[in-house]
Structure formats: structure tokens, C-alpha cells
Design a protein around this ligand. Structure first.
Ligand code: GLU
Length: 468
């Protein structure tokens, strides 16, 4: 058979915000491709934009990736043979590449001021054109350009885009995407202060780190022709590309850091299981050929392929994440489930944390909701509307008396249900009434669990108070 391709892939976040579901999905797709066939997963920080990059965000991003259970083989924290893996530490590499492009005449100095460029952009906008550099400085004789630079005039380096070419990106998700170089303005590679811009850093790094396949968000597809031109000018082989459609939020707009998209950290804080989040991320745009929905990380790695990534934008559906979390909770052993719930459980009088966690774990869909589930235990809040209705039902009083008697006689929480049956009380009315007496809520944890949490004496006391 065919030997699997051992891809070298990379996730290259800019440290400009916390990791959100969209970014995490891109990271996961990379990791799944790498680890299915013994490839290599690289994590690289793209912090060339000194104004926006914030190094203090890096550890959090790595922590989130690690929490998801993603393993990377090379990266800023673990090092590797192609390091450093932080672009701010690679300036010399970019400078060397730029010097090569200068020597080859592939770039030129541009002296256009910000005012000129802004007025050109305004003109483009007014005429409904995409903004594009006019190329005014491209034809400056080089002695003249050198003189102006020598006399201290500010300039940037622009790449001279060859006219009249069609570039075809054979995208693994979208198929062939064509770009005419006529539509690509000569773009800036380095500012006058020598600072290198993203396209050059990205292209140089993808080549230097021997990346074979670039999997990134759709929002980067328009960068790809520029990066391909750069790679060709540098004499470097181009990787293949897969641009994955951006994940949409409930408002139909892409999730983004700037719009406060739900961060991985907040999902973690709400007690979602990493396994469920990974499962959810994988299904954002990909589907299992065997039609499974609930899958482990290993199952995903075995089944994943870019061929089944949809070209249409997936929507993040919080209800599906909850559902998957419930399923992954159910797959845990009772001990594991209790351990997941315990950190989210407030202290309860009369019952120790591990016991309470064990008692309720089977009813918890998302660990972070444990506190809400036991809200009425520590001290019963006043009956809410539903609880008031339940306590006013025809059989409520009989239900409370029956429960009280059964508990007093047997000391067994399970005896209540049996007693209802023997007394001919409909469980649909009796259970909510007793629960309301115990917790101020008609719905919630199973009655026997509530009684165990409160203890038989505590439960009897609350029922007596409700009867009084
Ligand atoms: N640094 C880019 C971002 O955070 C990723 C670019 C890429 O993957 O090539 O969106």
C-alpha cells in the first residue's frame, strides 16, 4: 500500500489574545494530521507585530493546548531542531532572506509617505477597487533610491510582484484557487526600521522549518499568493495548503479574539471535559466517515483526514458541546466522574466533598454546573414559583407526611419512593412536592440523592417545617 506521508505541520498563533474555539480547532486539525501518520506538530509564535503581540499570553495558549491533550513535538517551550520557534527571536534569519532578495533585485525601496498611501487607498475605495499599491517607486533608478536612503529618508522594502501571472493554490479543502498577480500590489516586506512583516516571516519560517502542509484559517487565503511568490523568489519549495473555514458564532459572524469569543480558558473554568471539547472541535467542519459523533482523541486521530473537511463555515453550537460533554461524562468511571465534579462543588454541611461528589456525579452534565445542582442543599432558598405550585398540589400534604413517616421509620432515602407507591400517590406530584419542601425547587437532583445529601434527620426537619 501507499506509505503514509509524514507531514510536518505547524500551528502558529499570534500571541494577541487567549485561545478561542476557532484557533483551537485549527491547532487540533494540525495535530490530528501530524499524529495520524507519525508526522511532526510544530507550535510557533508569530509575534512580529510588536505592538499587538503580548509575550505574557504565550504560556496561557500553550496551557490551553496542553489541557486539550494536544502534544507538540517542536515549539517555543520544548525547542527542536528548527528553532527558535518565536518569530521575534528569528530576526537575523529574516534579515538574511531579505538581503538575498535585495541582491537578486526581487525587492525595491519605497519612499512613499503614509499621506500618499492613504490618499491612494481613499481613491481606490471611492472607485470601488481593492486597495493596491500604485508601484510609483518600483521604477526609481537604484542609484537614486540609494542616495535618498543614504540621506536618511525613510523607506520600506517592497516585493516586486511579477505581472501577468496566474498562481494556482491547490488547496486541500477548497480545491484549486486562482490568483492573478495583476491583483496583488507590491507588498511591504520590511519597514524602514528594519522590522519584518508577517508575510516574509511566515514564508521564511515555513521553508526553514521544513513545513510540508500549512493548515490555517480561511482568513489567510489571500496571503497565500504573496507567500508563494516569496518562497519562489527565495528558491524554497512551497508547502501544500489547507485553509479551513472560520468557525461562526451564534450571530453568524466568525469567532474572533477581538469579539470576545468564548475562550478555551472559560470552557475549562466551566468544567467542560477536554475530551468533549476536542470532540466538539473536530466536528466543527469535519465529519467521521463512519458517521460517529462521540469520539475519543485517539479515534479522531485514526479517522481524521482533510478530505472530509467542509468548505463551508461551521457554526459553534453550544448545545452540541453540552451534549458531547454529557456523553463523555457518561463514559467515565464513577470515580473519575466524581473527581471531575469535586472541584466545582461548594462545601455542604453534614456531608464531605468526596461523598457529595460521588452522590451527584451521575446527574452532572457539565462539572461547572454542580454548584447550581446543589444550590438548595446548604440552605433551602424560599420556594420559587414552580415549587410553590408543587407544594399547593392536591396530594402535596399527603406526600410530605408519607415521606416523613417513611424516613423516620426506615432511615432509608429509597424508602420514600416505595412509600409513595404503597400510598397510591402519583410520583409526578409527590416527588416535586417533597423536593420543593427540601430544596425550594420542584426540579433537580433525584429525591433520594437530595435526602442523602441532607441526611435523613436534616430532611425530616425540612419536611416538618414545610408541613407546619
Ligand atoms: N499568525 C496567524 C494567526 O494567528 C496564523 C498565520 C498562519 O497560520 O500562517 O492568525
Amino acid at each position: 500500500g501507499l506509505r503514509p506521508v509524514r507531514e510536518r505541520v505547524r500551528f502558529s498563533p499570534a500571541p494577541t489574545g487567549a485561545l478561542h474555539l476557532g484557533g483551537a480547532r485549527t491547532a487540533l486539525f494540525n495535530e490530528l494530521v501530524a499524529h495520524r501518520d507519525g508526522g511532526t506538530f510544530v507550535v510557533r509564535f508569530e509575534d512580529t507585530d510588536a505592538e499587538r503581540a503580548d509575550a505574557s499570553l504565550e504560556p496561557g495558549i500553550l496551557e490551553d493546548l496542553a489541557w486539550l491533550g494536544l502534544r507538540w513535538d517542536e515549539g517555543a517551550d520544548v525547542g527542536g531542531p528548527y528553532g527558535p520557534y518565536r518569530q521575534s527571536e528569528r530576526v537575523a534569519v529574516y534579515r538574511k532572506a531579505l538581503d538575498g532578495l535585495i541582491a537578486d533585485g526581487a525587492v525595491y525601496r519605497c519612499f512613499c509617505t503614509e499621506e500618499i498611501l492613504a490618499s491612494d487607498r481613499a481613491e481606490d475605495a471611492a472607485e470601488g477597487r481593492a486597495p493596491r499599491y500604485r508601484g510609483s517607486c518600483r521604477t526609481l533608478p537604484s542609484e537614486q533610491a540609494e542616495d535618498r536612503a543614504g540621506s536618511g529618508e525613510a523607506f520600506c522594502w517592497r516585493f516586486a510582484v511579477p505581472p501577468g501571472e496566474t498562481l494556482i493554490v491547490d488547496d486541500a479543502v477548497h480545491g484549486p484557487v486562482r490568483f492573478d498577480t495583476a491583483d496583488i500590489g507590491d507588498f511591504v516586506l520590511a519597514r524602514s526600521d528594519g522590522a519584518v512583516l508577517y508575510d516574509l516571516a511566515c514564508a521564511v519560517d515555513d521553508a526553514a522549518m521544513a513545513i510540508t502542509l500549512v493548515i490555517r484559517g480561511d482568513d489567510h487565503i489571500s496571503n497565500t499568493p504573496r507567500q508563494l511568490l516569496l518562497l519562489r523568489a527565495l528558491g524554497s519549495p512551497a508547502p501544500r495548503y489547507a485553509h479551513v473555514p472560520l468557525v461562526m458564532g451564534a450571530d453568524g459572524r466568525p469567532l474572533s479574539k477581538s469579539r470576545g469569543a468564548e475562550s478555551l480558558a472559560s470552557l475549562r473554568a466551566h468544567g467542560f471535559l477536554a475530551a468533549a471539547v476536542v470532540n466538539h472541535l473536530a466536528l466543527l467542519g469535519w465529519s467521521d466517515p463512519a458517521g460517529r459523533e462521540v469520539m475519543t482523541h485517539d479515534e479522531l486521530a485514526a479517522a481524521f483526514g482533510l478530505g472530509r473537511v467542509s468548505g463551508a463555515s461551521p457554526a459553534h453550537d453550544p448545545a452540541r458541546l453540552r451534549w458531547l460533554n454529557k456523553r463523555h461524562m457518561a463514559a467515565l468511571s464513577p470515580e473519575q466522574r466524581a473527581a471531575t465534579v469535586l472541584p466545582f462543588l461548594p462545601a455542604l454541611p453534614g456531608v464531605d466533598g468526596p461523598t457529595a461528589a460521588r452522590l451527584i456525579a451521575g446527574d452532572v452534565e457539565v462539572a461547572g454546573e454542580a454548584a447550581a445542582l446543589v444550590a438548595g442543599i446548604a440552605s433551602a432558598p424560599p420556594a420559587d414559583e414552580e415549587a410553590t405550585v408543587a407544594l399547593a398540589s392536591a396530594s402535596a400534604r399527603a406526600a410530605l407526611q408519607t415521606a416523613l413517616q417513611a424516613l423516620a421509620e426506615t432511615g432509608d432515602p429509597e424508602a420514600v419512593r416505595v412509600a409513595f407507591k404503597e400510598a397510591g400517590l402519583p410520583a409526578k406530584e409527590a416527588m416535586p412536592a417533597v423536593r420543593a419542601a427540601l430544596t425550594g425547587r420542584a426540579h433537580g437532583l433525584p429525591l433520594a440523592t437530595v435526602i442523602e445529601l441532607l441526611g435523613v434527620d436534616g430532611s425530616c426537619e425540612r419536611i416538618r417545617r414545610a408541613l407546619a
